[in-house]
Design a protein around this ligand. Structure first.
Ligand code: ADE
Length: 269
């Protein structure tokens, strides 16, 4: 593919719109066939079909240089692997940007980035859309990260072979928060992390299974007591499993001495 027919390298998967402004995701990748991938199924897939969000995939290779559409070169200064060229990435980003709102967030999925959490997911769901740059090899030339204002986001402290799965994780987490995606719009208020705590345990039929019965309180019909029980369980699970979240939650609580500061800073373990 030549640099003149770059637009044919973008595969647009924008469905019949039921909203005037779908949340727009643009993905730049060397592996366009990985999309929509899991995002074409279940909640995200239905929302894509109904036009709640749209997906535009740009094949970075379509912007490669020379007869072989080269996209990478060895790192200056030596070292293993290859680095994605800034000129190629700039052409791919400029091309993808044409179909995006000017205020869409520009993101590079990278293990070096700020860790994705529910607060950042919520923030991205309120934006008009995101442009997601997926790296391969050793990563992107630093100049394109700086000049395109790419925010680096990581999905965890481990290294994937590329940003594509991280992009799908990010999109899935955002899309489920978009209006009209969840059957019950209140459901995500109970999610883990929404109030800074991990979610309480859940039970369903049968009432007794494998010799274990559902906690009595859940069968009581007393919604006030059930809510209190669930909150206490959420606190206990968070305290037991995630001291980092627990300490943050403690600090976010109003103090009982009424001075607006939390005096309860010690772990309750
Ligand atoms: N690319 C490679 N590893 C990654 C990670 N942990 N998060 C986001 N993008 C990545």
């Amino acid at each position: 593919m030549t640099e003149q027919n770059q637009s044919t390298s973008a595969q647009s998967i924008s469905a019949q719109s039921t909203r005037k402004t779908p949340w727009q995701a643009a993905v730049l990748t060397l592996f366009p066939d990985m999309f929509p991938g899991v995002l074409g199924q279940s909640l995200a897939g239905k929302a894509l079909q109904s036009g709640i969000w749209s997906l535009d995939v740009t094949d970075i290779r379509g912007h490669g240089v020379g007869v072989h559409h080269k996209v990478d070169d060895p790192p200056f200064g030596g070292g293993p692997g290859m680095v994605m060229r800034p000129d190629v990435m700039a052409a791919a980003i400029d091309s993808a940007a044409q179909a995006m709102p000017a205020d869409a967030r520009r993101i590079y999925l990278s293990p070096r980035g700020k860790q994705l959490d529910q607060a950042l997911v919520r923030e991205l769901s309120a934006a008009s859309g995101v442009m997601l740059v997926c790296g391969r090899y050793e990563g992107l030339d630093q100049r394109i990260i700086d000049q395109s204002g790419l925010m680096e986001i990581s999905i965890g402290d481990y290294v994937l072979s590329g940003g594509e799965m991280a992009a799908q994780v990010l999109i899935d987490a955002v899309v489920r928060l978009l209006p009209g995606v969840m059957g019950n719009p209140d459901a995500h208020h109970q999610d883990s992390f929404e109030d800074g705590l991990l979610e309480h345990p859940l039970y369903t039929h049968p009432r007794e299974w494998s010799g274990v019965t559902v906690p009595d309180i859940l069968l009581s019909g007393d919604h006030g007591r059930i809510a209190t029980w669930r909150h206490e369980q959420a606190k206990q699970i968070t305290r037991d499993r995630r001291d980092d979240l627990w300490q943050k939650w403690l600090l976010s609580q109003p103090s009982s001495d009424g001075d607006g500061k939390n005096s309860n800073k010690k772990p309750l373990k």
